[in-house]
Design a protein around this ligand. Structure first.
Ligand SMILES: NC(=O)c1ccc[n+]([C@@H]2O[C@H](COP(=O)([O-])OP(=O)(O)OC[C@H]3O[C@@H](n4cnc5c(N)ncnc54)[C@H](O)[C@@H]3O)[C@@H](O)[C@H]2O)c1
Length: 295
């Protein structure tokens, strides 16, 4: 029997894409699934798809930027399934692409509120409930390869995903004594509708000015992004990969082996910069400082 069997997972942004793929994979391992999503039409379809696959499911409307909606979801989930064992903070939006001047502050706020604060609110609401029953569990945060290094012209998305990687590394240590395994999923491109994330953008992030028709440059960028996403890996494999990596107690979950070169180049650049710092006469007296907190 799988270690997931009979336990309950809450998955934000579970109505489609990577969240639904994870829901399906965990459900087929015998987990009971709570899906939360802002898109209630897609949510109903996802609920049906899981039911058709013989999975026990509860679907709850959820905007991850609203702590009170997380609270309501937690209450409904506990009333329905009892103990909760896993939180998958998956809901996320693509944010804007462009130069510093082009990504406006509404876009920044939307990206940070969904991708970063949404993860925080979910964790603040659900992790105490997982701790409470003492059986342990899992916290899986969905970041991105953008969390492993700066993506040019994607400042807001990068900032949010680097934060999610950092929060996961921090919480991994904190939650270990509670037998809660923390993992962070870092995919590169996956065939979903992430490039059309603005379809679910809440009114308060849309700004006052009516948006005019797309410029030729914006149209070209949208077409390029569609092509990149269309060449992404199939979404179904991501959920299965998550199950495999959670079984192996991985902290970082990768789905695109070729992107190893990206993290290797970054680690090398950082290491080279440390080597130069070690040579600096300005720092000669501080070479043997104790390392605190990291370890
Ligand atoms: N697709 C990729 O190439 C890719 C790559 C790396 C990381 N990711 C990450 O994977 C996660 C899932 O994205 P996806 O690719 O499946 O995209 P998607 O657009 O197919 O699915 C995202 C889901 O999140 C929901 N959502 C959006 N805003 C929400 C909110 N405020 N509250 C609740 N639900 C909300 C959407 O309704 C949708 O069901 C995101 O965190 C994304 O950043 C995706």
């Amino acid at each position: 029997m799988s270690e997931f069997s009979g336990k309950t997972a809450v998955i934000s942004g579970g109505a489609e894409g990577i969240g639904l793929s994870i829901a399906m994979a965990l459900g087929l391992q015998g987990m009971q699934i709570v899906l939360g999503d802002i898109d209630t039409q897609q949510l109903a379809k996802a609920e049906q798809a899981l039911q058709d696959a013989g999975i026990s499911v509860l679907a709850v409307p959820l905007d991850v930027t609203k702590p009170e909606q997380w609270q309501a979801l937690a209450e409904q989930a506990s009333a329905h399934f009892g103990k909760l064992h896993m939180l998958v903070n998956n809901a996320g939006v693509g944010g804007g692409t462009g130069t510093i001047e082009q990504i406006d502050n509404n876009e920044w706020r939307w990206t940070m509120d969904v991708n970063l604060m949404g993860v925080l609110y979910g964790t603040q609401t659900l992790v105490p409930l997982i701790k409470q029953h003492g059986e342990g569990g899992w916290l899986l945060n969905v970041a991105s390869m953008a969390g492993m290094g700066g993506v040019p012209y994607g400042g807001a998305y990068t900032a949010s995903k680097v934060a999610v990687v950092g929060m996961s590394e921090s919480w991994q240590v904190e939650l270990k004594p509670h037998n809660i395994h923390v993992a962070v999923l870092c995919p590169a491109f996956v065939k979903t509708r992430i490039n059309l994330a603005a379809r679910n953008k809440q009114a308060n992030y849309r700004g006052d000015k009516p948006t005019g028709p797309m410029t030729e440059q914006q149209k070209a960028m949208a077409a390029k992004m569609q092509q990149i996403i269309d060449n992404g890996i199939p979404v179904e494999v991501v959920g299965q990969r998550v199950v495999e990596a959670l079984n192996a107690k991985e902290l970082y979950i990768f789905t695109h082996p070729s992107y190893r070169a990206v993290t290797q180049a970054r680690a090398q650049a950082i290491d080279d910069a440390f080597a130069r710092a070690a040579e600096s006469p300005l720092l000669a007296d501080f070479r043997d400082q104790d390392i605190v907190f990291f370890g």
